[in-house]
Design a protein around this ligand. Structure first.
Ligand SMILES: [Zn+2]
Length: 184
């Protein structure tokens, strides 16, 4: 953790992550994942940088660790990256001051529930991301994702929120710079 906090002093490092729990791929023992996640939270808090959180089929443990770390060590900034979890995780993350970031998954036909969550969250907590080179949005799904493709995800977010795409771009850009203060 100390090494990480020292490394992120570099002027071009604006956040820490991604870190979290992946019970879908389960590539490491879950207790090891949880310990790594806790250390990254503590590093993000100590460094005063936002943590990008990866959550896959681990909603309950993500929430439990977020709540526990806040209770024992205090607040820290974070975003749920590439959101594909349940509504409770999104809402409780927002209640803890977190942001929710949507990738190309938002545009997929099967993602009706994700779109409903994106429609209902507070405007000030929405982010967009590419997850490039993965998860190219419709209609480019299956291609190698490029940063420019995020415009397609922005278009869908605009549709579900009943906003113009330009307004969504303003909102998500402002949110980004509020969260990633060091990038401003
Ligand atoms: Zn991830």
């Amino acid at each position: 953790m100390e090494e990480l906090v020292a490394l992120v002093e570099h002027p071009r490092i604006i956040g820490i992550g991604e870190s979290g729990l992946d019970y879908f791929y389960d590539k490491s023992p879950r207790e090891v994942q949880r310990e790594g996640f806790r250390r990254h939270i503590r590093a993000a808090r100590a460094a005063g940088l936002p943590l990008a959180i990866h959550a896959r089929q681990a909603d309950e443990d993500i929430l439990a660790i977020l709540a526990e770390e806040r209770a024992t060590g205090g607040d820290f900034d974070f975003l749920l990256h590439c959101f594909s979890s349940g509504r409770a995780l999104a809402e409780q993350a927002v209640a803890m001051g977190g942001y929710v970031s949507f990738s190309g998954i938002l545009t997929f036909p099967k993602s009706a529930e994700i779109r409903e969550i994106a429609r209902d969250l507070p405007e000030g907590r929405l982010l967009l991301e590419t997850d490039s080179p993965y998860l190219a949005p419709a209609p480019l799904r299956g291609k190698r994702c490029e940063p420019a493709y995020v415009a397609h995800t922005a278009k869908v977010l605009a549709e579900v929120r009943g906003l113009t795409q330009a307004r969504v771009e303003e909102i998500t850009t402002a949110n980004f710079f509020r969260l990633f203060r060091k990038a401003a």
